[in-house]
Design a protein. Structure first.
Length: 695
């Protein structure tokens, strides 16, 4: 490791730590906040790439929109507050009850008087709310007002790789004739375009277009320009019509055992994120090319009931052999000849509905869906895939429920699917006092439970073949201090991909957070996890299933100074042990400095880190500020240095530009990546640019 660089980072860490000794200010003494939605997500998220590639794009865009158009706390609704993942059901009820009893808030200080609202939750909440007059809005949609006050948003992004990967090299025609998949069909540039129109929170119209790196653009196999186009129209809360969606949309009901196309934080560092709060029909405005529906969806409200119906018809990428669908391609990439052979090979249709009854303390919902392919779906038979969905028609029926009595909340969902498989998830949350919460969760997903559209809390990759018991506690045991801890025991009754026998595991986490004032937050996090995985013994060439044990430690300190400068220091330690093999260790030290100029509408953020891990098993994932509507969590392994520069310039209230440059220098290799992504160099560089125009 470079000693001067290490010393400079150590000094930075020491200076930042000394700020703890400064006098403690009032929670609202400054007008700035140390965290936005990205940092909130980074502080709460405990998953890494081992848990699967979970899409955050839709949620990121919704939270960014809320940040730019904060909710009027004096007219806020339960449905609006449920969009914020860090608020519990009880906190939402207490906010609404405070407004009902005391009337409109006159100052933001009143948040401290709301029952069950701690310092850190208020800090998270502040960027998303504003104080306004408690005026009653009309439910009618007046088109003159829509045309006059509606907002337009144009967003364009371009990513430029500064290294040449193997897939973009020139090869003789004779080589490509033998192996046409040796080269990407298109250019190495990624670019996307978004147009969005919205009127308050009632009307949304938009178009999204995207070309991934390696995909052709107006040439070769793609003559229509962008590889993927997505249109959406969504109207909400217009009279009795709760929502109407045309084009592409997303759905979420209950706890996601039947239907959910939302990202779920799952086992995070907060009790508030356990379970799904925000249900219904939503717009699909992200560049995700798989996890959405296309057609029409509507929800109608009468008294305490909401009836939703939906229909979707869309083509999907698939491998088709002998008129049978053997696998689905879900990444949306069309970069090599083989990708185009799978493109739009199958059609899937969905029809279904949901009926929900809601009162102050009770909620009950019934969801039914029916999926059908245009040809039989028969996955390739493997020992672990014996119970995977098979056939042409699939149905699911689920009952979700929620009951709250004083400090006790019980909610969950029970569902059944094609073939008789069952799934159930039940949560009991108790808040005996403002400073203490406890949550118990039980889940059981039968090995033969089949749900094509399910997404919920799980240790595995889907809602299938899993059972588990979870307990979590959260307490503000002292002034400025919060303790969160959970323990989760899980079992897999059947084989899984990469695990050749029924298996089990244990996952536990403890996080201690110190927030003495609004501009400073510090936390210590320790996670222990043991999970069975396949292990190949190189000496005997015998494969066995062995416990895979992880220890992860993170320390982070964030501090904002003079409303212009913010610092964040992060230390990560990882230790991984596989049976009798030597443990694998990883270390990463990160320093992040952000500066907002007073004379210019310019923000500059520098991210610098040193990492040293023994192998891929001890890799470390970390947060970097990315472009709008994206949460960047790259992983690093080996030995090297990471540098990233993020610059944002707001020319005026209408036009904004962001540039991000990243470079990773490896000290232990002269090639990076494998296959078509291989780079013949010891460093990797990328440049991303984004512009937005609002009018």
């Amino acid at each position: 490791m470079n000693k001067p660089l290490f010393n400079s980072l150590f000094i930075s860490l020491l200076i930042t730590c000394c700020t703890i000794l400064l006098p403690v200010n009032n929670l609202f003494a400054q007008s700035y906040s140390t965290s936005d939605w990205e940092e909130i997500g980074e502080q709460l998220t405990t998953t890494d790439d081992e848990d699967g590639n979970k899409d955050w794009t839709n949620n990121a865009e919704e939270l960014e929109e809320l940040k730019e158009h904060p909710l009027n706390i004096n007219t806020v609704t339960k449905e609006q507050l449920e969009q914020l993942p860090f608020l519990t059901d009880l906190q939402i009820e207490h906010i609404l009850y405070y407004l009902y009893v005391n009337g409109a808030m006159k100052t933001i200080y009143e948040l401290q008087m709301v029952e069950d609202m701690d310092r850190q939750t208020i800090q998270y909440l502040l960027p998303f709310i504003r104080l306004g007059e408690a005026e009653k809005e009309t439910s009618r949609l007046q088109w003159k007002q829509v045309c006059k006050y509606g907002k337009h948003d144009l967003l364009a992004r371009l990513d430029i790789p500064l290294n040449r990967k193997a897939g973009y090299k020139d090869y003789p025609d004779s080589v490509l004739l033998i192996n046409p998949n040796k080269q990407y069909v298109g250019s190495p540039f990624y670019h996307s375009f978004k147009y969005a129109f919205h009127y308050k929170d009632k009307l949304f119209v938009g178009l999204t277009a995207e070309k991934d790196a390696g995909e052709p653009f107006f040439c070769k196999e793609n003559k229509k320009g962008y590889d993927a186009y997505s249109f959406y129209f969504l109207a909400r809360n217009i009279g009795k019509l709760k929502s109407l969606a045309l084009g592409n949309y997303r759905l979420s009901y209950g706890q996601g055992l039947v239907m959910s196309s939302d990202y779920t934080m799952g086992k995070s560092a907060s009790i508030a994120t356990m379970g799904t709060k925000s249900n219904g029909i939503k717009k699909h405005s992200s560049t995700d090319e798989y996890n959405y529906f296309s057609g029409i969806a509507a929800a109608y409200q009468f008294k305490d009931f909401v009836l939703s119906t939906f229909y979707s018809h869309r083509k999907i990428d698939a491998v088709v052999e002998n008129r049978l669908i053997t696998s689905l391609k879900t990444d949306g990439m069309h970069r090599v000849v083989n990708d185009f052979e799978k493109r739009n090979n199958a059609t899937i249709q969905l029809i279904g509905g949901n009926l929900t009854y809601s009162s102050t303390f009770f909620k009950l919902g019934l969801t039914g869906v029916y999926n059908f392919f245009n040809r039989p779906f028969i996955p390739e038979l493997k020992p672990y895939s014996v119970f995977y969905p098979q056939g042409r028609n699939f149905y699911n029926l689920g009952l979700d429920y929620k009951f709250r009595w004083h400090k006790l909340t019980f909610f969950g969902e029970t569902a059944m699917g094609t073939g008789g498989g069952m799934a159930t998830l039940n949560v009991l949350q108790y808040t005996p006092m403002e400073t203490f919460k406890i949550l118990l969760l039980q889940r059981y997903y039968a090995k033969n439970y089949c749900a094509l559209n399910a997404r919920s809390i799980s240790e595995g990759s889907g809602v299938r073949n899993e059972s588990g018991e979870y307990i979590g506690i959260e307490t503000n045991f002292a002034k400025y201090w919060k303790l969160f801890a959970y323990a989760d025991v899980f079992h897999f009754p059947w084989l899984r991909y990469g695990v050749d026998k029924p298996s089990s595991g244990f996952d536990a986490l403890t996080q201690l957070t110190y927030t003495p004032r609004r501009n400073l937050v510090m936390f210590f996090r320790y996670r222990y996890k043991v999970k069975d995985k396949n292990n190949d013994d190189p000496s005997t060439n015998i494969r066995s299933v062995c416990p895979y044990t992880q220890h992860k430690f993170r320390y982070q300190l964030g501090y904002a100074l003079h409303d212009r400068i913010s610092l964040r220091t992060t230390i990560d330690l990882v230790s991984v042990k596989v049976l009798n093999l030597s443990p694998s260790h990883g270390f990463m030290l990160l320093q992040n400095v952000s500066y907002t100029f007073s004379s210019l509408p310019l923000r500059v953020e520098v991210h610098y880190g040193l990492f040293d891990t023994d192998d891929y098993n001890s890799r470390i994932s970390t947060y970097e500020r990315g472009l709008l509507y994206s949460l960047s969590m790259p992983s690093f392994y080996g030995k090297g240095v990471r540098f990233a520069l993020n610059i944002r310039y707001d020319f005026n209230s209408h036009f904004m530009a962001i540039m991000k440059f990243g470079r990773t220098n490896y000290l232990d290799r002269d090639k990076i990546g494998t296959g078509l992504e291989e780079i013949d160099d010891d460093s990797k560089m990328d440049l991303s640019m984004q512009v937005r125009y609002k009018f």
